[in-house]
Design a protein around this ligand. Sequence first.
Ligand SMILES: Nc1ncnc2c1ncn2[C@@H]1O[C@H](COP(=O)(O)OP(=O)(O)OP(=O)(O)O)[C@@H](O)[C@H]1O
Ligand SMILES: [Mg+2]
Length: 261
Amino acid sequence: MSEAQTILSVSALSKSFDGVKPVEGVSFRLQNSRITALIGPNGAGKTTMFNLLTGFLRADDGDIHLGGHRINRLSPYRIARLGIGRTFQNIRLFPQMSALENVLLGLKYERGESFWAALWQSKAMKTEERENTDKAVELLKMVGLTAKRDELAGNLSYGQRKLLEIARALALQPKLLLLDEPIAGLFPGMIPEMKRILRELRDSGRTILFIEHDMRTLMDLAEWIIVLNYGKKIAEGTPKQIQQNEAVITAYLGRRRQGVA
Ligand SMILES: Nc1ncnc2c1ncn2[C@@H]1O[C@H](COP(=O)(O)OP(=O)(O)OP(=O)(O)O)[C@@H](O)[C@H]1O
Ligand SMILES: [Mg+2]
């Protein structure tokens, strides 16, 4: 993969919490406009990796580059503005607010610096509100939630809430989208819809890194797979290569024998 095709580059990244090393010396590169999966048994360090990439945790060692920027000392806010959007393993929405308002919050975050100025310029603020509403409506449309715009987030189905989180993550127009288990727990009828949306996002030029456990979904959706086990990268490759990789098979079978995964 040439430099030009690389959107994110992670080198020798490590993080430890008193004795536990959820991420240890991990390096990989993400190719532009590709759907990559990050997999590994429970506790392998996948969510920790997402938290490092988005500034929610600070690495002990190693580097993360997004485009030309070294981002591993930046706040989540700066990283989001530079182009990484994310969703969480446990959905984080405001249940008492409407779907539209939840997306609007994502957009307001973008304008954080001009917030006070906007307060004193009510006309400018009204225009901005209108523009934001238009954008939020557009984002809801992208995830198929147009009809739910005024529904309280708390009243949406689990799958719809996952879609809403994606709409909110798209508010800052991220180049790279990190999705922590977007498919897990979905009602089976909704899985094709989620896959279609993720492919559409990829086709529109976004790069996606998603965490997933289900092999069938991985084989179908992922174009490249990175495998972690006990905090270390043990393999990466195409879905076919990963399916046949000895280290990967051992990692999964070994854990299963111990009754962990
Ligand atoms: N804030 C923390 N403090 C201490 N240990 C942590 C912390 N966050 C994660 N860990 C530990 O780091 C390891 C990796 O956790 P992580 O949540 O990254 O795994 P995961 O691969 O996302 O697992 P799962 O598939 O179950 O979501 C686990 O042993 C976990 O207990
Ligand atoms: Mg996790």
